[in-house]
Design a protein around this ligand. Structure first.
Ligand SMILES: CC(=O)SCCNC(=O)CCNC(=O)[C@H](O)C(C)(C)COP(=O)(O)OP(=O)(O)OC[C@H]1O[C@@H](n2cnc3c(N)ncnc32)[C@H](O)[C@@H]1OP(=O)(O)O
Ligand SMILES: CC(C)C(=O)C(=O)O
Length: 513
């Protein structure tokens, strides 16, 4: 099994993400976590970029001992000296020098000929090797470079003292097959290549960074570069979490592994996301919040019976406690019943079915049903009297306008099973509803108290209404839950009436016995 070195550039290429700016303490926090994750190399910054960057790299190099720390440098003495200033305190000082080798970059950006680039690369690597134990050299934009020129310059920089050669796909241009072939070509054609480690560094412009990196491993890469959460310049870099977990899960084909502590991945991802302000999409591979969430009934049923039906990665592997069965409109009875049980409710089959129907109706209106929503539904069902014929709300319509008299039209099925419909007005919508209900139920109802609050937060939160009434000379309370406040109000009023009826019903039964 080949061991692949992990070179983390979250603090350098990752910080190049538009809008990301980390201060020293934030960088230190991430560096400590990367050390805990057991990355081999941390690229902590670009010391020549600013005094702040130099100081961060220096502090991280002094503080972190479990991973090697490096800094980026252009191919000139000034940048190399800045890197030395930052890194000379580390155990085995390591520098990362880059110089572009593609015609586009050499012509337009560097304004240098190939000979000048060759000479600059060799001189800078020689200069750096006098100070640093490890010198990584990157052929920037290697993937759009002439491969014979690459062979030539790589051979020369190895002779000049480079210990690692990196072939970056700087603009995320290559296909996996092409990138793999480039590694094979360099391995087969650079005569001194076995003296160095070969590294892959991919960008995700065409969404191929992970596949490209894996292809590089299949074709001889000893080191992979990337960031946590795949952040980085433009569309980002290779997500190290994806590589490490892919190698682990598909060990059968890659026959390679990293030394990462995989169960630190989620924590690292959370920390990087929080400190950079770059949120991780829910569907992000490995570390997205939905990576272990199952929403559809058939999947939930499968996972309840045997996790591996729909999970190739176990959540514990990356430090997530458990998978999540999300209750939503695609969920089925198996998952619903399990959640009901977990929440401590024991419902009869009939009530469970009714609750499931209420849940499905609500799920049609809300994206995700929270535990609070579910609790409200289940509590309503749990506390509903059994066996008593009740008034069942069938439909409710309210007409309201600032200059009109509010009117409610309500249909119920009464305790005798008869469908009834009535309409009434009121000073407000709720009063119109309550006046209508009074016409529908046999005896008079007097409202004593009315309270309303929202269950959970957000604009689509459920409304929960509590009422106190006297009905038929009995005081009673009632509770109603619905997404609409008027429906919740109607349900609460009918619930109070039904509770009185249920007490009567039980008393009558006692007398009969
Ligand atoms: C592919 C990558 O991710 S490379 C890393 C990119 N990261 C960064 O650029 C972040 C940090 N950069 C910075 O803070 C600034 O760009 C600095 C401090 C490094 C340089 O700033 P300035 O001196 O103002 O130069 P500026 O950034 O405008 O231009 C870059 C210069 O470096 C030159 N250059 C670019 N790459 C290299 C290289 N590898 N070796 C030597 N010179 C280089 C450019 O040709 C240009 O030179 P010119 O001024 O003679 O035209
Ligand atoms: C500095 C190099 C390795 C780089 O970030 C790139 O080419 O993308």
């Amino acid at each position: 099994m080949a061991k692949i070195d992990v070179f983390d550039t979250t603090l350098r290429d990752g910080e190049q993400s538009a809008g990301v700016n980390l201060n020293l303490l934030e960088k230190m926090e991430i560096a400590y976590q990367l050390e805990r994750l057991n990355v081999d190399i941390i690229e902590a910054g670009f010391p020549a970029a600013s005094n702040g960057d130099l100081q961060s790299v220096k502090r991280i190099a002094e503080a972190v001992k479990g991973s090697s720390v490096t800094g980026l440098s252009r191919a000139n003495q000034n940048d190399i000296d800045a890197a030395w200033e930052a890194l000379k305190g580390s155990v085995e000082p390591r520098i990362h020098i880059f110089l572009a080798t593609s015609p586009i970059h050499m012509t337009y950006k560097l304004k240098m000929t190939t000979d000048q680039v060759l000479e600059t690369a060799v001189e800078s690597v020689k200069y750096a090797s006098e100070k640093f134990t490890h010198v990584q050299w990157s052929a920037e934009d290697a993937c759009r470079s002439d491969k014979h020129f690459l062979v030539k310059i790589i051979k020369e920089v190895i002779d000049a003292g480079a210990t690692v050669i990196n072939l970056p796909d700087t603009v995320g241009y290559m296909s996996p097959e092409e990138y793999g072939a480039l590694f094979r070509f360099i391995k087969e054609n650079v005569p001194n290549i076995n003296r160095v480690k070969l590294s892959a560094h991919c960008h995700n412009d065409l969404g191929m960074a992970t596949s490209n990196t894996l292809k590089a491993i299949e074709n001889g890469a000893d080191q992979v570069e990337g960031t946590i959460n795949a952040i980085g310049e433009r569309a980002g870099n290779t997500g190290l979490e994806e590589i490490a977990v892919a190698l682990h899960i598909r060990e059968d084909i890659y026959r390679a592994k990293t030394g990462l502590k995989l169960d630190e991945l989620k924590r690292t991802s959370n920390l990087v996301s929080k400190l950079t302000g770059m949120s991780v999409p829910g569907n992000k591979a490995v570390v997205g919040n939905n990576a272990f969430a199952h929403e559809s009934g058939i999947h939930q049923d499968g996972v309840l019976k045997e996790k591996t039906t729909y999970e190739i990665i176990s959540p514990e592997l990356i430090g997530v406690q458990t998978n999540r069965l999300v209750l939503g409109k695609h969920s089925g009875r198996h998952a619903f019943r399990m959640r009901v049980k977990e929440m401590g409710f024991e419902l009869t089959d009939q009530k469970l079915n009714d609750a499931f129907k209420m849940f499905k109706d609500l799920a049609d209106k809300k994206k995700e049903i929270s535990d609070e929503d579910l609790f409200a539904i289940l509590m309503e069902k749990q506390t509903e009297a059994d066996g008593t014929p009740i008034y069942e709300l069938k439909s409710l319509q309210v007409q309201y306008g600032m200059d009109n008299i509010p009117t409610a039209t309500i249909a119920v099925v009464n305790p005798e099973g008869v469908y009834q419909q009535e309409a009434a007005t009121g000073f407000g919508s709720v009063e119109a509803i309550y006046n209508t209900i009074e016409k529908l139920v046999e005896d008079s109802v007097v409202l004593l108290d009315y309270k309303i609050h929202s269950v959970g937060g957000g604009r689509d939160a459920l409304a929960e209404v509590y009422v106190q009434v006297t009905y038929n000379d009995h005081q009673s309370s009632g509770r109603g839950t619905a997404q609409d406040v008027l429906e919740a109000s109607a349900r609460a009023y009918l619930d109070a009436v039904n509770r009185v009826r249920s007490v009567h019903h039980r008393e009558k039964q006692k007398v009969t016995v």
